[in-house]
Write a protein that binds this ligand. Structure first.
Ligand code: NAD
Length: 284
C-alpha cells in the first residue's frame, strides 16, 4: 500500500492562493504582538510575516521588551482594539514568565472581532454551535480540518482519536470534527492504556507535545495520522509520532516539519480575511 504524504506546504499554498485576491480587494491588516525574545516564537512569527508578505497582506510586527508589564500589554491590546485600520491581531504565546499566568486575562481583553487566533471564549463558543458558525476558529484545528479536506479524506462516520486536550488544539479540534460528523475520542495525560484507544482510530491526531509518543504498534493498519507536535532533538525536528515506523503502516501521514505547521499559518491569515469580511458585513 502506497502511503500518502499529507503535504501541508502544498495545501497551505492552495489556501493562500485562494486568499490572495480577497486580500487585494479587502485590504486587511494583521498585527503580531511579541513580548520578549523566545526563539521558537521568533521563528513562528517569521513564518507568519513571510506568508502575509507573499499574499500582499499588510502586517506589522510590534516587538516589545521582555519586561513589559501587564498594564503596558493591556494598553497595547486596547489600542489595537480601537484602531480602525487594524483588522486582526494576536499576542504570540508563550508569554514571559511574569505574564504567563495572566494569559487568559490578555486573551479576554482582545476584541472578539479582531481575535484572529480564535482563542477567546466568544469565538470558541461559536465553534461549539456548528460548522456554520466557525468564523474565527483556532488556527491549528482549522488547519487540520482544511488539510483533511484538501486531500479529500472523509471524516463523517470515521472514528477520530485525538491525543491532547489543550484549549488551543485538542479540545476545539474535537468539536470541529464532531461538527463534521466524526465519532471523536479525546485522550490526555491521565488516559489509561493509550495504545488501546489510538489503535481504534481511523484518523489519529497526535497533539500531546511529547516527541515520538505514538509508536507503530499504537496505530491500526491503514489509519490516517496527523502529527501536530514539533520538537527539536539533536538539531533535527520531529513530531509526536515515530514517523518512519508509522509510515510503513498507515495510509496517510503528515511530515514534521511541513505538515500541520504551514496549515496553521495559512489558517491564521484566512481568519484575518474572514475578520475583515465580518467587519464589513460581508457574508462569505
Ligand atoms: P499542551 O501542552 O497545551 O497540551 C498537551 C496535551 O497533551 C494535554 O492535554 C495533555 O493532557 C496531553 N498529553 C501530554 N502527555 C500525554 C501523554 N503521554 N499521553 C496522552 N496525552 C498526553 O500542548 P499544545 O499547545 O496542545 O501543543 C501540542 C503539541 O503541538 C506541542 O508539541 C506544540 O509545540 C505543537 N503545536 C504545533 C502547532 C503547529 O502549528 N504545528 C500548533 C500548536 C501546537
Amino acid at each position: 500500500m502506497e502511503t500518502l504524504l499529507l503535504d501541508g506546504k502544498k495545501a497551505a499554498e492552495a489556501l493562500l492562493d485562494f486568499l490572495k485576491p480577497l486580500v487585494e480587494t479587502l485590504d486587511p491588516k494583521l498585527v503580531v504582538v511579541q513580548v520578549g525574545d523566545d526563539p521558537a516564537s521568533e521563528s513562528y512569527i517569521r513564518q507568519k510575516v513571510k506568508s502575509c508578505t507573499e499574499i500582499g497582506m499588510r502586517n506589522e510586527h510590534m516587538h516589545v521588551p521582555k519586561d513589559t508589564s501587564l498594564d503596558q500589554l493591556l494598553e497595547i491590546v486596547g489600542r489595537l482594539n480601537n484602531d480602525p485600520d487594524v483588522t486582526g491581531f494576536f499576542v504570540q504565546l508563550p508569554l514571559p514568565e511574569h505574564l504567563e499566568r495572566h494569559t487568559p486575562q490578555i486573551i479576554r481583553a482582545i476584541d472578539p472581532k479582531k481575535d484572529i487566533d480564535g482563542f477567546g471564549a466568544y469565538n470558541l463558543g461559536k465553534v461549539f454551535l456548528s460548522k456554520d458558525f466557525e468564523d474565527l476558529p483556532p488556527a491549528t484545528p482549522s488547519g487540520i480540518v482544511r488539510l483533511l479536506e484538501h486531500y479529500k479524506i472523509p471524516v463523517a462516520g470515521k472514528h477520530a482519536v485525538i491525543v491532547g486536550r489543550s484549549n488551543t488544539v485538542g479540545k476545539p479540534l474535537a468539536i470541529m470534527l464532531l461538527n463534521r460528523d466524526a465519532t471523536v475520542t479525546v485522550c490526555h495525560s491521565k488516559t489509561k492504556n493509550l495504545g488501546d484507544m489510538t489503535r481504534k482510530a481511523d484518523i489519529l491526531i497526535a497533539a500531546a507535545g511529547k516527541a515520538k509518543l505514538i509508536t507503530a504498534d499504537m496505530v491500526q493498519q491503514g489509519a490516517v495520522v496527523i502529527d501536530v507536535g514539533i520538537h527539536r532533538i539533536d538539531g533535527a525536528l520531529c513530531g509526536d509520532t515515530d514517523f518512519e515506523a508509522l509510515r510503513k503502516k498507515v495510509s496517510a501521514i503528515t511530515p514534521v516539519p511541513g505538515g500541520v505547521g504551514p496549515m496553521t499559518v495559512a489558517s491564521l491569515l484566512r481568519n484575518c480575511v474572514r475578520a475583515k469580511e465580518r467587519q464589513m458585513g460581508i457574508d462569505s
